[in-house]
Design a protein around this ligand. Structure first.
Ligand code: ZN
Length: 245
C-alpha cells in the first residue's frame, strides 16, 4: 500500500509551515516539509502562514517546491496590499482565508474587496471550512453566489462533521465555481462522491501539514473507490489546472 501511495505524483493543495502552539502543538520547518514531500512523491505544496511573512520567505527560498497562498485577515490593516505584494513580488498563486480563526463570516462584506481582488488577479480564493459559526459551507456558498466567476476552494470540504461534509458537496454541486479540498475530512467515500457529483475537475487532494501525516491523507484517497486515472485528477491534475502551475 505504501508503495502504491507513493507511486502517484502529487500536488498538495493545502499545507502550512511553522509552529502551531496551543491545543495543536505541532510544527514543521520548510526543510522538513520538503524532505517529507520527497519521501511521498509530492512535487509541489501550496503553503500558507499567518502572518504571511514566513510563507513569503519560504516561497522565495524554494520557488520550485512551494506555491504561495496569501493568508490574510480581512480586518487587518491593508490586507489588499499584502495580497498584491505576495502575488506581484513573490509569485503567490492564491488567497487563503480562515474565517473561524479571525471571527468573520465568509459572506460578510469585509470579504468582498478580497474577492474582487482575487478576480482582478485571476487567482482562486481558498477558505477554511467545517466549523460553526464562521466557516460553514452554506456561508461560503453565499459568497460563491455573489461572485459566480470567482473560483473558491472549500478547504477540508466540511472537515470532521458528516453534515458539513455533505453540505460542502451539495453546495459545490449547486455552484460551479466551488471546489473541494480533501485534507482532514474523515470519510473516504465522500472523495468518490464529490468526484462524481461535483465534477472530475473540482476536487483536489491536500495534506494540511503539520496537522496530518501524508500516509493517512493518501490512504483515505487511495481507498475512496476511484480508478487510478481518477486518482490522478485528485492527486495532481486538478490543483495544477486551478492554480495554473
Ligand atoms: Zn490548514
Amino acid at each position: 500500500m505504501l508503495e502504491r501511495m507513493k507511486s502517484f505524483k502529487k500536488i498538495d493543495a493545502h499545507s502550512h509551515i511553522g509552529y502551531f502552539g496551543g491545543w495543536s502543538n505541532v510544527g514543521i520547518t520548510p526543510e522538513e516539509l520538503i524532505a517529507q514531500m520527497d519521501e511521498y512523491n509530492v512535487e509541489k505544496t501550496v503553503i500558507c502562514t499567518y502572518p504571511i511573512k514566513e510563507s513569503l520567505d519560504a516561497v522565495d527560498k524554494y520557488p520550485d517546491r512551494f506555491v504561495g497562498a496569501a493568508w490574510v485577515n480581512p480586518n487587518d490593516t491593508d490586507p489588499l496590499g499584502q495580497i498584491r505584494d505576495a502575488v506581484a513580488s513573490h509569485g503567490f498563486k492564491a488567497i487563503k482565508l480562515h474565517p473561524l480563526m479571525h471571527s468573520y463570516l465568509p459572506n460578510d462584506e469585509c470579504v468582498f474587496p478580497i474577492a474582487e481582488l482575487a478576480m482582478e488577479l485571476e487567482i482562486p480564493l481558498m477558505i477554511h471550512t467545517g466549523h460553526p459559526p464562521y466557516s460553514l459551507p452554506w456561508s461560503v456558498a453565499q459568497l460563491a453566489d455573489f461572485y459566480p466567476d470567482l473560483p473558491i476552494v472549500m478547504i477540508h470540504m466540511g472537515h470532521g462533521n458528516g453534515m458539513y461534509v455533505q453540505s460542502a458537496i451539495d453546495m459545490a454541486k449547486k455552484y460551479s465555481n466551488l471546489y473541494l479540498e480533501t485534507s482532514g475530512m474523515p470519510m473516504h467515500t465522500k472523495i468518490k462522491e464529490g468526484y462524481e457529483k461535483v465534477g472530475s475537475s473540482r476536487i483536489m487532494w491536500g495534506l494540511d501539514a503539520p496537522f496530518h501525516h501524508p500516509t493517512v491523507e493518501m490512504q483515505r484517497t487511495i481507498v475512496s473507490g476511484l480508478s487510478d486515472k481518477q486518482l490522478e485528477d485528485v492527486f495532481y491534475n486538478n490543483a495544477k489546472k486551478l492554480l495554473k502551475l
